[in-house]
Design a protein around this ligand. Structure first.
Ligand SMILES: NC(=O)C1=CN([C@@H]2O[C@H](COP(=O)(O)OP(=O)(O)OC[C@H]3O[C@@H](n4cnc5c(N)ncnc54)[C@H](O)[C@@H]3O)[C@@H](O)[C@H]2O)C=CC1
Ligand SMILES: O=C([O-])C1=[NH+]CCC1
Length: 315
């Protein structure tokens, strides 16, 4: 009989995971995913169960990496929250299983993993696609993902200026209080993004908050919110002018309102660029449409579990 699963919760996950260790593993995972070799990664598009009464969805994100011996699934509930709501927009749990026997090895908090792996994947997109000598970063939204993106982007790149915009003054003030480094609060999204080299959209909006006419030619946009087929963060002008990259082509065609409703073509997956099979068009305006993938959670959870075992002196 298998041992009962270990439970690794938020503070411990935070201590065991760092963007610097995660980024090479995520690059490797994105590359493997885009090779579509079933022995490397089996990852169906997320199943989203509507939670009609509560204005949300439960996403199920199973992944199997046969060669690496990693089997996991994330349960992520995400909601469209009204302004002023104090309830969390995203809650997640990752379950790690033994692929040979099917027993659960670990149950871990998925919020730190979701925040850190999403920001790390956006940073990988910026590393590959942002213009050379990028100086100005703009972040639209001031929630959990905005904080993790600020931390990872300022750790990984040297921007001369970081700007942030929130739809509420309180949101911007809270964000500025929560971070260590310099940031300039802006009173409109347009003010934040005009002239920016890199733009991160991390809002819960279902309507465009970023418009192509504001975006500098050659800028890179990491679009993280709007993960339902009828939700938008970017307008049609931007989607049609930019070269569009995604984490998963199938995911983008089924889940991204920005892709589906604009009719924009997905040029490549990030993994194709990592594998060298598709070009990184740094000289053009680029959009990375992030939806989040189970394989990102799988390698993050495996890293947490390996570190937890090493710390506990197990095996
Ligand atoms: N691509 C991915 O892998 C992931 C995407 N997400 C998505 O990222 C987005 C942000 O997530 P969190 O930071 O966890 O949420 P959060 O609730 O902590 O922050 C959301 C931010 O968006 C702002 N916002 C909400 N509605 C808005 C509107 N109509 N216009 C402008 N701003 C608005 C809020 O004021 C807040 O600053 C959500 O859409 C979430 O579903 C979350 C996790 C992973
Ligand atoms: O990948 C993920 O965890 C999510 N994507 C959109 C909401 C949560």
């Amino acid at each position: 009989m298998a041992a009962p699963p270990v439970v690794i919760w938020e503070r411990e996950v935070q201590q065991l995971l760092s963007p610097a260790d995660l980024i090479p593993r995520l690059e490797d995972a994105l590359g493997k995913f885009s090779r579509r070799d079933a022995a490397e990664v089996l990852q169906p598009v997320r199943t989203a169960v509507p939670l009609q009464k509560h204005g949300g969805f439960m996403g199920l994100m199973p992944t199997y990496m046969e060669k690496d011996g990693v089997l996991s699934t994330k349960f992520v509930c995400f909601y469209k929250r009204e302004e002023g709501s104090t309830l969390p927009a995203v809650q997640a749990t990752v379950v790690l299983l033994d692929p040979e026997y099917g027993n659960v090895k670990a149950v871990m908090d998925g919020e730190v993993i979701t925040a850190m792996r999403t920001a790390a994947v956006s940073a990988i997109s910026a590393k590959l696609l942002m213009p050379p000598q990028a100086e100005v970063l703009a972040i639209l939204g001031t929630g959990k993902q905005a904080l993790s993106h600020y931390r990872v982007f300022t750790e990984m790149f040297l921007f001369k200026e970081v700007r942030v915009w929130s739809r509420t003054k309180q949101g911007a003030a809270r964000f500025i209080r929560s971070i260590d480094g310099p940031v300039q609060g802006c009173s409109s999204a347009e003010e934040a993004v005009r002239g920016a080299d890199v733009i991160v959209t991390v809002t819960g909006s279902t309507q465009p908050v970023l418009f192509g006419q504001w975006v500098k030619a050659g800028a890179h946009v990491a679009a993280v919110g709007a993960c339902r087929p009828d939700w938008r963060e970017l307008d049609d002008v931007l989607m049609k002018e930019a070269v569009v990259y995604a984490d998963s082509r199938e995911g983008a065609m089924l889940e991204s309102g920005d892709v589906i409703l604009s009719g924009a073509e997905v040029f490549a997956e990030l993994g194709d660029v990592i594998n060298g099979t598709k070009a990184a068009h740094r000289e053009k305006t680029t959009v990375f449409k992030s939806l989040g993938m189970g394989v990102e959670d799988a390698v993050s959870a495996q890293l947490v579990f390996d570190r937890w075992k090493a710390k506990a002196g197990k095996f």
